[in-house]
Ligand binder design. Structure first.
Ligand code: PSU
Ligand code: MN
Length: 306
């Protein structure tokens, strides 16, 4: 009885057993400016297809949960004003009241799981904000990773966050954090950080097998795959640090709180880097889409072989 609509492409993939990769929509409505948001969403979908899987961009449109957006729907969402930012707490209410909302990492995981999709690509997950000991601002994305069986490919947690507290919470919640192809955790716009990754894997097949093993063992939850931004596109951490500090100070001075924090910080960092943060963000999401597609294809092959 959930009003759910699959795009034509996703319907066909479900019928034929083609690998599917979920994509979120908050990055479109709240994470990037128009028109780069729509252009990026299209490129990311094309990257998934080029790697042999089918993209399913997820959003709630007029009370219907959409799994896969048709061209016109993506255009509308990318330009719409006052779209809600949906997480676990408010997705059902949005559907029930006929609203329109973009899905965060947490809400996209829930929708993906409902649709039988096991892999999801985004830019960066939410996490523990700096100063969380005062604000208690910890993204619902972390708890979602602990309970919903979807592998999330991201370039790490966003570097605006308190990264060490974010990874401590993930460890406490029992979420596997896997760095792809390197020993250190990436830091969103930067390919590396000073933190060693809890786990390292070097192939999509290993990552696929790890998620399937978790599920077979009856362990709830997904995995976070942290995929470093390609070196050519990264912004070195020491260049970004003063800019992030300035954006954080401005958010504090203007009492920005709750759901508005992350969009405010991303927007200010875009302005302060004169667009460089957006170029990097686009490169890392596309890179994540390619890896997610490989993982989804590998899961399909493992399932067929078992
Ligand atoms: N990745 C990006 N840009 C974004 C996001 C992810 O490159 O804007 C979004 C995701 O939807 C994520 C959300 O779930 O930011 C985190 O918001 P919050 O910190 O309010 O939980
Ligand atoms: Mn928050």
């Amino acid at each position: 009885m959930i009003p759910i609509r699959y795009s034509a492409e996703v319907t066909q993939a479900r019928n034929e057993g083609t690998a599917i990769v979920a994509l979120e929509s908050t990055i479109i409505t709240h994470g990037m400016p128009f028109p780069q948001n729509v252009e990026t969403a299209r490129l990311v979908e094309a990257d998934v297809r080029a790697a042999g899987a089918v993209p399913a961009t997820i959003a709630v449109l007029n009370g219907t949960l959409h799994v896969g957006l048709e061209t016109g729907e993506l255009d509308l969402l990318g330009q719409a004003q006052d779209v809600a930012k949906l997480s676990r707490a408010d997705m059902a209410a949005c559907i029930a009241t006929g609203g329109t909302g973009a899905t965060t990492v947490a809400a996209t995981m829930i929708a993906a799981h409902l649709a039988g999709i096991h892999v999801f690509a985004t830019g960066g997950i939410g996490g523990v904000h700096r100063g969380a000991e005062h604000s208690f601002d910890i993204s619902a994305d972390l708890h979602e990773l602990a309970q919903t069986p979807v592998t999330v490919v991201a370039a790490g947690a966003k570097a605006i966050l308190d990264l060490s507290k974010t990874y401590e919470v993930l460890e406490t919640l029992g979420v596997p954090v896997i760095a792809y192809g390197q020993d250190m955790l990436p830091a969103f716009w930067s390919a590396t950080s000073d933190m060693a990754a809890p786990l390292r894997m070097d192939s999509a097949a290993q990552i696929a097998k790890a998620q399937m093993t978790r599920t077979a063992m009856g362990l709830a939850g997904g995995q976070l795959v942290t995929n470093p931004i390609p070196m050519a596109d990264e912004i070195p951490a020491d260049h970004l640090q003063p800019i992030i500090d300035q954006a954080l100070a401005e958010a504090d001075a203007q009492s920005v709180s709750a759901k508005a924090v992350t969009p405010f910080l991303l927007g200010r960092i875009f302005e302060l880097t004169e667009g460089r943060s957006l170029t990097a963000n686009i490169a890392l999401v596309r890179n994540n889409a390619r890896l997610a597609a490989q993982i989804a294809v590998a899961m399909g092959e493992l399932r067929a072989a078992s």
